[in-house]
Design a protein around this ligand. Structure first.
Ligand code: ARG
Length: 462
């Protein structure tokens, strides 16, 4: 064996790799993030090898202890990562060899880097699913706090970003609580599906050693070992599902971020972002910019980009493992970091922002927002078919618009000129408070309905 050849697999090699080969091949610069999971997996594997009599208990003990030393070296930053050793798996094993000598060489019995990396990465992504769920719930709690304070504050509800009907601030906040609830459940579903252990699939075909896959699966908190060794090493669905769930969550965060950007503008003034989550301008002294919201609005670009990226890496790959799959990690790491940061920033912005109740109310009453209430009144009180009521109301809106007024400012006589059946009672429904109070259908914006949903979610998140 040539001295330059790789110490782990250089037996058949006469020369070491070209520098460019080493550069394209090595993953240690990024997969060192899997160190803790790698060591966790190796410790479980070593313990199983001893329990099944494949290696001695003494060797397993030396390996287990040595791996803890390696982990502490990595965590304290004293570990010297080597590009020549390619990846985290070989870096850890080589250091173990330096520390404990010969028994280190027995650790890799009955496994391969293919099932090893699949296991490490699953453990990592599984942790991220848990982290995503808890960050989502923290944001839901912040939204619930806002919803509770303003359960009956009126604001304009929009469609096409045109004033549509008055809604309550609480209702608007709770819409995001619902979205985020689906997001959390997507991570929970993905987590349940990914919770099968690839370890012991070895390179692709399983192993002739009498390993106990149930034992390693159990030790690593998996529900069961994966049932097909080819699938076990070739599968990255768990990462794709994590990225897909992350993309949908990031899309929701982007929508909320966009609302915060609009609402904090001088034209809306619905909310004021706290100083802690705003920045100033180096030239315009009056500016307070919602940079955090804008960045959260943008993060979907990276996260969805990672999702498309990994789908593209995986498509068309023949079974089982191909080195292409090493390109799975950076995208997932970056997407996970972006998601966690976005969730934390959004939680901070939502908890800290102050809401301008009177600006919400003024806006709620403008733009003929109670026109539907007027039409509904004509149906209910004057017996008009809805289409006719719609027409009569439309003519009143046109009249008000022409006179530069809102609907409640028209006189009764003007109302009657559009339809004789209109009486004084109509003015009751033209106010925004009555409008929202009347929308008591299940899921509607009436404060009593909103409070029910708040109570329900508080229970769920308790
Ligand atoms: N660094 C590799 C990866 O991330 C580990 C698996 C390598 N397996 C192999 N047969 N070369 O995918």
């Amino acid at each position: 064996m040539n001295d330059d050849a790789n110490k782990m697999w250089g037996g058949r090699f006469a020369a070491g790799p070209d520098a460019i080969m080493e550069a394209i091949n090595a993953s240690i610069s990024f997969d060192q993030r899997l160190a803790r999971q790698d060591i966790q997996g190796s410790r479980a594997h070593a313990a199983m090898l001893a329990a099944t009599g494949i290696i001695t208990h003494n060797d397993a003990e030396a390996i287990g202890e040595g791996l803890l030393t390696v982990l502490s070296e990595i965590e304290t930053g004293t570990f010297a990562f080597s590009t020549a050793l390619e990846d985290i798996h070989m870096n850890v094993e080589a250091r173990l060899k330096e520390l404990i000598g010969e028994p280190a060489g027995r650790l890799h019995t009955g496994r391969s880097r293919n099932d090893q990396v699949a296991t490490d990465f699953r453990l990592w992504v599984r942790e991220q699913c848990d982290a995503a769920i808890s960050s989502i719930q923290a944001l839901q709690k912040a939204l619930l706090g806002q919803a509770e304070v303003g359960a009956d504050w009126v604001m304009p509800g929009f469609t096409h970003l045109q004033t549509a009907q008055p809604v309550t601030w609480g209702h608007h906040m709770m819409a995001y609580v619902e979205m985020l609830g689906r997001d959390a459940s997507r991570f929970a579903d993905a987590r349940a599906r990914m919770n099968e252990c690839p370890l012991g699939a070895a390179a692709l075909a399983g192993t002739s050693f009498p390993i106990d896959r149930d034992a390693t699966a159990k030790a690593l908190g998996f529900d069961r070992p994966s049932a097909n060794s080819l699938d076990a090493v070739a599968d990255r669905d768990f990462a794709l599902e994590f990225l897909s769930a992350s993309s949908i969550t990031a899309m929701h965060l982007s929508r909320l971020a966009e609302e915060l950007v609009i609402w904090s503008s001088a034209q809306f003034r619905f909310v004021s972002m706290s100083d802690r989550f705003s920045t100033g301008s180096s030239i315009m002294p009056q500016k307070k910019n919602p940079d955090a919201a804008e960045l959260v609005r943008a993060k979907i670009g990276r996260i969805l980009g990672a999702t498309v990226g990994l789908f593209t890496v995986m498509k068309g790959l023949p079974l089982a493992y191909s080195k292409d799959m090493q390109e799975d990690k950076q995208q997932v790491f970056d997407a996970a970091d972006s998601l966690m940061l976005s969730l934390a920033a959004m939680e901070g912005m939502v908890s800290d922002m102050s809401v301008n109740e009177s600006a919400l109310r003024v806006a709620a009453a403008s733009g003929f927002s109670t026109a539907t209430d007027l039409a509904d009144w004509l149906v209910r009180e004057a017996g008009l078919p809805f289409r006719d009521a719609h027409h009569v109301t439309g003519s009143l809106v046109a009249m008000a618009e022409e006179q530069g007024k809102d609907l409640p400012d028209l006189t009764l006589d003007q109302m009657k000129s559009a339809h004789v059946a209109i009486t004084e009672g109509v003015f009751d429904v033209l106010g925004v408070d009555n409008s929202v109070k009347s929308r008591t259908s299940y899921g509607g914006t009436a404060p009593e309905r909103v409070r029910e949903q708040i109570a329900l979610w508080k229970g769920r998140l308790a």
